[in-house]
Design a protein around this ligand. Structure first.
Ligand code: CAA
Length: 402
């Protein structure tokens, strides 16, 4: 629904669509097969001035916000979910610096990310701390003018290609999550190794790696914001702003799979007519289209709330992530169903959508964690949500025990 978008939004959407159709779609199957990173696509994103648009102008970006980022991710993901996240994860990696970096740190790191010269990744999760992010164990102990990092990180999307990493570590291990501080770590830092690459079900063009820190010494200037503590809050605020990006990836995947299903069912004939003209199939397509449109409105709304500068973005970001990613899983699975046996084969483009969609329900906080976030918000807002209802339990009819 272009009517609801600004001229700037449409401009980004159209440029991203052109990159997706001309350069991403023809490469999607090959990138999936080989697991190569789409360096040629990154060059096109630079040429079309689509990299790092969320970074403030003062630091070389376009200052364009989360909605424009989501519109770009959606278009890229329509053609390839892996390319969509390869782009979006740079927002996840750089939001900690945008939100909490010192002026010097922003000047040093953000321009190269904005221009696409450098890629960045976000290091929070560990083998034993995924959903329970606050229980991470990597340490960063002050030693003179340096911090010495020891530990490991897991599920680092972009790990294989990033030059810069935002890393969360305990500067005061006995304070638990309150002792977490964020750091900026450069790839070439001695003692830092990008380890094992995961063999993933989908988004195979993106390298997801383990990270290892062994007496990795970084100068104190790499402590994000120049102050210890506050790392957990920085990570949570980052995720609040990045989750709509995952939701946009899911939205693009759902839209892309739906378009293929529409096209296929309008051409494939069974029982003397197109598959689409069977009412059972029309109903499926109608549900898919409705769900995709509902997800779109939710994602755009969450992005707009964030761009408005509201501090209260936690719940809406989680809702958009849950809704869009559950929609993507349903719609891509239905799309495979509509392709019948062909949908199950790699000769056809559709099964990849389903494989790519699955991770959106898992990363950047599982959908169970999102529901926890929404539920906690509801508990906090209980008074506000129900205060006008003058109802107490005595007003409800009593049910007599039989
Ligand atoms: N904004 C600001 N502060 C927040 C916050 C938010 N959204 N959420 C929590 N906090 C603050 C709280 O106010 C609290 O502060 P005080 O200590 O001052 O009171 C503190 O953080 C602790 O909050 P909780 O008690 O709510 O913490 P919790 O341990 O119960 O955890 C959680 C809450 C929501 C489950 C959180 O751990 C979470 O989001 N987990 C999922 C982590 C996640 O998304 N990981 C994915 C990483 S990225 C990835 O997937 C890989 C990739 O590369 C794509």
């Amino acid at each position: 629904m272009k009517e609801l978008l600004s001229a700037q939004n449409i401009d980004y959407q159209e440029r991203a669509r052109e990159v997706a159709e001309k350069y991403v779609r023809p490469r999607a199957a090959e990138l999936d097969e080989t697991g190569e990173y789409g360096w040629d696509i990154l060059e096109k994103l630079k040429e079309y001035e689509l990299t790092g648009v969320w970074i403030p102008e003062e630091f070389g970006g376009k200052g364009s916000g989360v909605l424009d980022m989501c519109l770009i991710v959606e278009q890229l993901s329509r053609a390839c979910g892996g390319v969509g996240v390869a782009y979006a994860v740079n927002a996840l990696g750089s939001f900690p610096i945008v939100l909490g970096g010192t002026q010097e740190q922003k000047e040093r790191y953000l321009p190269a990310i904005a221009s696409g010269e450098q890629l960045i990744a976000f290091g929070l999760s560990e083998k034993a701390s995924g959903s329970d992010a606050g229980s991470l164990r990597t340490t960063a102990i002050k030693d003179g003018d340096d911090y010495v990092l020891n530990g490991e990180k897991k599920w680092n999307t972009n790990g294989g290609v990033a030059s810069v990493f935002t890393i969360y570590a305990l500067t005061e291990p006995d304070r638990g999550m309150r002792g977490i501080s964020p750091f900026i770590v450069e790839r070439e830092t001695p003692g830092f190794t990008v380890g094992k690459r995961e063999d993933t079900l989908g988004i195979r063009t993106v390298s997801v790696n383990e990270l290892e820190f062994e007496d990795c010494r970084v100068p104190a200037t790499q402590l994000l914001g120049g102050k210890e503590r506050g790392g957990f809050r920085n990570a949570m605020m980052t995720l609040d702003r990045a989750r709509p990006g995952v939701a946009a990836q899911a939205l693009g995947l759902a839209q892309g799979a739906f378009e293929w299903a529409l096209r296929y069912t309008s051409e494939r004939r069974q029982f003397g007519q197109t598959v689409m003209s069977h009412q059972a199939i029309q109903f499926m397509l109608a549900d898919m289209a409705t769900q995709v449109e509902a997800a779109r409105q939710m994602v755009y709304t969450a992005a707009r709330v964030i761009d408005s500068g509201s501090k209260n973005v936690n719940k809406i970001a989680a809702m958009a992530k849950v809704f869009a990613t559950d929609t993507a899983m349903r719609v891509t699975t239905d799309a495979v169903q509509l392709f019948g046996g062909y949908g199950y084969c790699r000769d056809y483009p559709i099964e990849k959508y389903m494989r790519d969609a699955k991770i959106t329900q898992i990363y950047e906080g599982t959908n169970q964690v999102q529901r926890l976030v929404i539920g906690r918000s509801l508990t906090r807002e209980l008074k506000e949500l129900t205060g006008h209802l003058d109802v107490t339990i005595e007003h409800f009819p009593e049910v007599e025990d039989s």
